[in-house]
Design a protein around this ligand. Structure first.
Ligand code: UD1
Length: 345
């Protein structure tokens, strides 16, 4: 695929990250021209090789920190983007508890800077990476966007809630910005080509990378964090969504914003499958799909974990004309194919 020259440009902050890189692919497939800005603090340059393998060409990429106002202003000046997808953020829950100011400084300053630069350069459309973490443990499931947010369990989670509020208040002040905050549930999987996937730094905190690393022999055993929850098998329930489905939701969000005939708007939309799966079911499905037996033990609950959360996706279906199409089995097969590829390196 070659750039057409007149494809609408989209600034993708954190475009070398797990969700960002898959979104870059979906954007190109949908006829947009992504412009990545990433400081590679939690991603690797090899992601650009993966993108080249899939797309057959290079994508413009600026190495810069999204808090660097001079660098960001220069990018807005040079690239006539028509929208921004803002992924760039720190996301390690545990680290955020130890280093809250690092999280507040990075995650909030970069958003504020974007909200200042967008009107200055006539850029109206913003898609923001939020998280189902803003719901805490909801009283009713599946969780809809009307469900009240609960106090965040970590500074990381709080940056997502505060960021949503910053966008909402900015839009309410009549700033010429149309924004959608997408509340992601649990993204897993990898590009089916195995050219892109998740690259966790150090010991993975998330379930599926820990599973694939255990299956690959990098970790000796997986600990299931608690089997005494009030769920069918006692383990926690989450809504695991294939990262390519999630990437496609961003394209639909941009299209929706582009079509909107207003100057200012803000809304939040859940992005999940609508299905809840227990940890033990993830393990069982992984074993069935890959033929690999996982070494695991049951351990104590992990502090801060909610018992169960999964999405009501009616709004995403209706407003974005989007639905998650890939199965859990496919997500786990893709995650394993990617793990096998990176284990060979
Ligand atoms: C976590 C973050 C959330 C963030 C999301 C990003 C916490 C408390 N929440 O969500 O804020 O938006 O990642 O993807 O960290 N599990 C095990 N063993 C493991 C790892 C996980 O049993 O080694 C279990 C957990 O208890 C949980 C499920 O697997 O029930 C999913 O965990 P994880 O992948 O870390 O995601 P979340 O905690 O849902």
């Amino acid at each position: 695929m070659t750039p057409t020259g007149n494809s609408p440009k989209i600034l993708v902050t954190g475009g070398a990250g797990f969700i960002g890189s898959h979104t870059v692919v979906s954007l190109v497939e949908a006829g947009f021209e992504p412009v990545i800005v990433d400081d590679f603090s939690n991603s690797e340059r090899s992601v650009l090789d993966g993108l080249r393998t899939i797309l057959g060409r290079d994508v413009t990429c600026y190495t810069a920190n999204c808090n660097d106002s001079a660098a960001m202003e220069a990018i807005f000046q040079k690239e006539a983007v028509i929208g921004v997808i803002h992924f760039a953020a720190y996301k390690a829950v545990g680290e955020s508890v130890r280093l809250p100011l690092k999280y507040y400084r990075n995650n909030l300053d970069s958003l504020i800077l974007l909200l200042e630069l967008m009107p200055k350069y006539g850029v109206h459309n913003l898609v923001f990476s939020s998280s189902c973490t803003v719901y805490g443990q909801p009283e009713q499931l599946p969780v809809t966007e009307a469900t009240p947010r609960l106090p965040a369990q970590s500074p990381y989670g709080n940056t997502k809630a505060i960021s949503e509020d910053i966008i909402r208040d900015t839009v309410q002040s009549q700033a010429p910005i149309k924004a959608l905050a997408l509340r992601y549930f649990n993204p897993i999987g990898a590009h089916p080509s195995a050219a892109l996937g998740e690259l966790p730094l150090g010991v993975p905190a998330n379930l599926v990378p820990f599973i694939t690393q255990t299956a690959a022999g990098i970790r000796s055993s997986l600990t299931v964090y608690g089997n005494d929850y009030n769920t069918p098998d006692g383990t926690c329930i989450r809504d695991y969504i294939h990262v390519v489905d999630l990437a496609e939701a961003h394209v639909q969000a941009l299209r929706k914003l582009n079509e909107q005939n207003t100057d200012s708007s803000y809304d939040v939309i859940n992005i999940g499958t609508g299905r809840g799966e227990t940890v033990l079911n993830i393990i069982k499905t992984f074993e069935q799909e890959t033929g690999v037996n996982l070494n695991y033990t049951i351990g104590p609950r992990r502090p801060g974990d909610v018992e169960q959360v999964y999405a009501d996706v009616t709004k995403a279906n209706r407003d974005l004309n989007w639905t998650a199409r890939r199965s859990l089995a496919e997500s786990l097969r893709d995650a394993w194919r990617w793990q096998q590829k990176i284990s060979l390196k």
